[in-house]
Design a protein around this ligand. Structure first.
Ligand SMILES: [Fe+2]
Length: 464
């Protein structure tokens, strides 16, 4: 989320209307419209201003959520940058603000006064057409500006954006605000990854939040859900927000396929490990085997042995692996996902196979709002389970532009397209993805060796 570097998935906002930032997803849009309809004070003539008010409220709530995620953290916690992929929480607070200041206020609001003349380059992540930027690994050295100054920066930008929305904004400005909110939600998820790695790297292994993980029963048996394939379409084609990498909608031809009804569990992954999964070169892609040997991999990230038993570090602290055997395996790389699929005699789905199966399913699942902050076992029911939430699902698809893909014009064209090499697509969101941020067409992407993100495995089986 790109995202490897900062955040991937650059935005396009096809079909959005003025102040359409209220439409973070279809469900959110329905909720807002219903509230407007239910309110007798609202007339058709005032609908535009009500929509602007809706975007103002949405702006406040998304910005507040980022700060709420930081509430359990001390200022010292917020300085930690514990792995190459991660950024300090303090930097996330500043950079998400920088995005609004750079691509909205500086560009569209003539009388806007920037908070600080150096912040335009200091908190730039990777937009080379905007400015040079500090080397990423140095973000943990930003003891100045202070945390309070960054919070003041947020207040400064928030006040400017909120008053502007309330005074009425153009369609283009409304689209930029919507993009900025989705960008911020991506960083909310990255915050969770980075905080988890920071606390894992701390010898005390502190918990980010209190409370036990959800109790899990046994894993339900896998069922194979069959699809006939044929000439189908994928990609975002309707109204509402999407990133530019989800477009254009286009035809794909698929052979018949069966998808596993649920995600691969920790228990199944332990079986793979006990069967020599990490010692059998024949199961691994060449680069995966080299990475395994170079990194010393012998289990998913955050699994560790204590007194001869496997334990798993979570945002709620460490737990016995036995307590989470039915939960989806998490924090595996593409190479590990692929090796597991080979061991199981199956394969990973392509992103097109995943999307045609997911299209039309409700956006329901163990997402950020559940508060679990960790994948949980599939619940009973028919059909595909866990398609949204729990873990991002590695696909067998390289991250490339769709046929006819066109990046956004200008500097925002750097958001996404320039990462289309050496990365694989993941689908479906995770236990730390905001619900209003995910959809069936959403394309996440990471380098195949990356595993600090909440990523797991769903198997596919091509029908003969
Ligand atoms: Fe970013």
């Amino acid at each position: 989320m790109g995202r490897l570097n900062e955040v991937g998935g650059a935005g396009s906002t096809s079909g959005t209307k003025q102040c359409s930032g209220t439409a973070l997803n279809a469900e959110g849009r329905r909720t807002l419209k219903k509230s407007l309809i239910d309110d007798p004070q609202v007339s058709g003539a005032s609908q535009a201003s009500e929509q602007c008010s809706g975007q103002a409220e949405l702006f406040k709530s998304v910005r507040l959520k980022t700060e709420e995620l930081c509430e359990p953290l001390t200022p010292e916690d917020m300085m930690v940058q514990s792995c190459a992929e991660a950024s300090p929480a303090k930097w996330h607070l500043a950079h998400t603000t920088w995005f609004f200041e750079t691509f909205l206020l500086r560009e569209f609001l003539p009388d806007y006064e920037p908070f600080h003349p150096d912040f335009v380059w200091l908190f730039n992540s990777y937009y080379n057409t905007v400015s040079d930027q500090p080397v990423k690994k140095l973000r943990g050295s930003f003891s100045r500006p202070s945390l309070q100054e960054i919070l003041d920066y947020r207040r400064h930008v928030d006040a400017a954006v909120e008053s502007w929305i309330e005074s009425g904004v153009s369609e283009e400005v409304a689209r930029r605000i919507e993009l900025g909110l989705h960008h911020e939600q991506q960083h909310q998820e990255l915050l969770a990854y980075d905080i988890k790695n920071a606390f894992w790297s701390n010898p005390l292994h502190p918990a980010y939040c209190e409370g036990a993980l959800a109790s899990l029963g046994d894993a339900e048996p896998v069922k194979w859900i069959e699809y006939t394939g044929g000439l189908l379409e994928i990609g975002h084609g309707g109204d509402g927000f999407c990133f530019d990498n989800e477009q254009p909608r286009h035809k794909v031809y698929l052979e018949p396929i069966a998808l596993a009804s649920r995600l691969v569990t920790c228990g199944e992954y332990l079986d793979f490990m006990r069967d020599g999964g990490y010692e059998r070169a024949e199961l691994w892609l060449s680069e995966g085997w080299d990475t395994l040997r170079a990194q010393g991999w012998r289990a998913p990230l955050y699994w560790f042995e204590a007194d001869g038993e496997w334990r798993v570090f979570t945002l709620r602290g460490a737990v016995d692996l036995r307590a989470v055997l039915a939960a989806p395996v998490c924090h595996v790389s593409y190479f590990e996902a692929d090796a597991f699929a080979s061991w199981a005699g199956e394969r990973l789905p392509t992103e097109a196979e995943w999307e045609v199966a997911a299209e039309g399913l409700p956006i329901e699942g163990n997402l950020l709002e559940s508060g679990e902050l960790h994948p949980v076992a599939a619940q009973g029911g028919e059909g595909l389970r866990q398609m949204f939430g729990d873990v991002w699902e590695w696909t067998a698809s390289a991250y490339l532009g769709y046929p006819g893909y066109s990046p956004l014009p200008g500097a925002l064209g750097e958001y996404n397209g320039k990462f289309m090499s050496n990365q694989m697509v993941l689908r479906g969101g995770s236990a730390v993805t905001p619900a209003s941020h995910i959809r069936s067409t959403y394309r996440n992407f990471f380098a195949p060796a990356s595993r600090w993100q909440f990523s797991g495995v769903r198997l596919a089986n091509r029908l003969e």
